[in-house]
Design a protein around this ligand. Structure first.
Ligand code: ADQ
Length: 473
């Protein structure tokens, strides 16, 4: 179960609901398992108010909608999930708001999701709960249905205990998570933060034992073993481990070279095409990368190179003030840079504020010489992996923030510190210099990363987690 069902519902003019499947990485990863076991996906279908009855997708997966009212959407989703937990878990890049009524809505909606899962789960079923919006579900589900096996995966970072302890409802959240049999994070560092926290916080609510200081990954490195356990207040041993998510390589299937060429032609055949693809979120460092580009232009650091930056920014959480502000700062920077350095018909920054179909994104990835991924903090960042997947021949270069989870696996990228404009500029400069003067070195870097992503795809991620979860039965 996840906050969102893998569908887009649209309300037609006559008030009826139309359902369209919305394919994504998680769907690709989970569909085979769900189809094989005739499984069920519980989630919110994306429009407030009345929801359709449960229905089956063409491939036989049962979708079970959970309703959210306008108030739930505001307080549970925009409020507690995205204006409290999101900034707190991303190391306070924005200041979290702690609001009691949002917390009440979060509890209430988590109860509703848990009840829905309890209703549809077969005797002894496995329930896999996804992400920060549903952290109380494992604990509630454990009480409602002690027979089911519960896994929980967090897609965003888990902060250090010193930050997490700000949360007024910290003990409830930790106890909710400890209702699971297995809790998965992208990185060992996040798992370690959680273990340390349970020592500090949940310990007061019950006993705890057996917490190692470090997380060891043992056995076949492609299958992450559960590396630590926490003893929950009710005495159960809860597995904690790192399972770095990845992508479905087929979704970035090789685009038509003619389309790739046509895109570069449309952009006026730049010497260097740089690309950014992000949700428009203040954690993604879009403004910072634009400022770095602006400073490169200002200083004339790359005089021989006529470059274009294509920035695709998906609209996201637009009613939340920090998001509105991030958008207006980005758009101001785009206008300023183009005003200062563009030519008629040749802006420096091409900016798309909309979602783009995956096949078109694949064209963008394949066409780009340098991919700019500069988040201040990111659980993983699938865009970095998608770019690498789109360059099986080793072309291109990746500039990647050290603070993206993906940096652990993609160490051959040009790593940068997004808080330091000079560091971003250096990484761009090095990537461009490698492409121009050290093509062998540039190719070796990209090929090493391509191997990593090919061998660790989203299917492996799902199988590893579910394998560990099954072992806990
Ligand atoms: P996100 O913060 O959404 O995910 P990311 O991992 O980069 O970030 O995933 C974004 C996905 O959306 C990618 O598959 C990308 O192709 C797609 N996308 C982005 N912009 C798009 C556009 N304009 N049009 C169409 N598609 C677009 C959260 C966490 C991440 C974690 C993932 C998965 O914040 O850290 O990697 O979940 O666990």
């Amino acid at each position: 179960m996840a906050n969102r069902l893998p569908v887009d519902l649209e309300r037609a003019a006559d008030g009826t609901l139309e359902v369209k499947p919305s394919p994504g990485g998680l769907v690709a990863a989970l569909s085979p398992v769900l189809e094989q076991h005739r499984g069920c996906w519980v989630g919110w279908p994306g429009v407030v108010g009345e929801v359709p009855e449960p229905f089956r997708t063409d491939s036989g997966v049962l979708l079970h909608p959970v309703a959210l009212s306008e108030d739930d959407y505001r307080d549970f989703y925009e409020g507690f999930s995205n204006a409290t937990l999101w900034p707190l878990y991303h190391d306070l890049i924005a200041t979290p708001t702690y609001d009691r009524s949002w917390w009440a809505a979060y509890r209430e909606v988590n109860l509703r999701f848990a009840e829905a899962a309890a209703e549809v789960a077969a005797e002894g079923a496995t329930v896999w709960v996804q992400d920060y919006q549903l952290q109380l579900v494992p604990g509630i589900l454990r009480q409602l249905r002690p027979d089911v096996t519960v896994g929980f995966f967090l897609h965003i970072p888990f902060p250090s205990p010193d930050l997490f302890r700000q949360l007024p409802w910290r003990e409830e959240v930790v106890r909710g998570l400890l209702g699971a049999d297995l809790i998965g994070f992208h990185l060992a560092g996040c798992a370690r933060n959680f273990l340390e926290l349970t020592r500090q916080v949940a310990g007061r609510a019950g006993s705890h034992t057996g917490l190692p200081d470090t997380l060891e990954v043992s056995g076949d490195p492609s299958v992450r073993e559960i590396s630590a356990h926490v003893t929950a207040p009710d005495g159960r041993r809860v597995g904690v481990g790192a399972f770095p998510i990845s992508i479905d390589l087929d979704s970035i299937a090789h685009p038509d070279p003619a389309e790739v060429e046509a895109l570069r032609a449309d952009l006026g055949h730049p010497d260097l095409l740089m690309l950014g693809v992000d949700r428009l979120d203040y954690t993604k460092g879009i403004l910072q990368r634009l400022r770095a580009v602006e400073e490169l232009l200002e200083s004339g650091a790359m005089p021989q190179t006529r470059f274009t930056v294509l920035q695709v920014a998906t609209p996201s959480r637009e009613r939340i003030e920090h998001y509105r502000q991030a958008r207006s700062e980005v758009e101001e920077a785009v206008g300023r840079i183009n005003g200062r350095f563009g030519e008629p018909g040749r802006p420096v920054v091409e900016y798309l504020h909309r979602s783009v179909p995956k096949a078109r994104l694949a064209v963008f990835y394949a066409a780009a010489d340098i991919m700019l991924v500069t988040p201040f903090k990111d659980g993983m960042n699938l865009v970095a992996k998608e770019y690498v997947a789109a360059h099986p021949d080793g072309s291109g270069a990746l500039v990647l923030s050290e603070f993206a989870g993906a940096a652990e696996e993609l160490a051959e990228a040009h790593l940068c510190n997004p808080f330091d404009l000079d560091s971003i500029k250096r990484a761009i400069h090095q990537a461009a210099a490698d492409l121009a003067y050290r093509p062998g070195e540039a190719r070796a870097r990209m090929l090493a990363m391509h191997r990593q992503v090919s061998e660790h795809d989203v299917d492996l991620w799902a199988r590893s987690f579910l394998h560990c979860l099954e072992e806990r039965r």
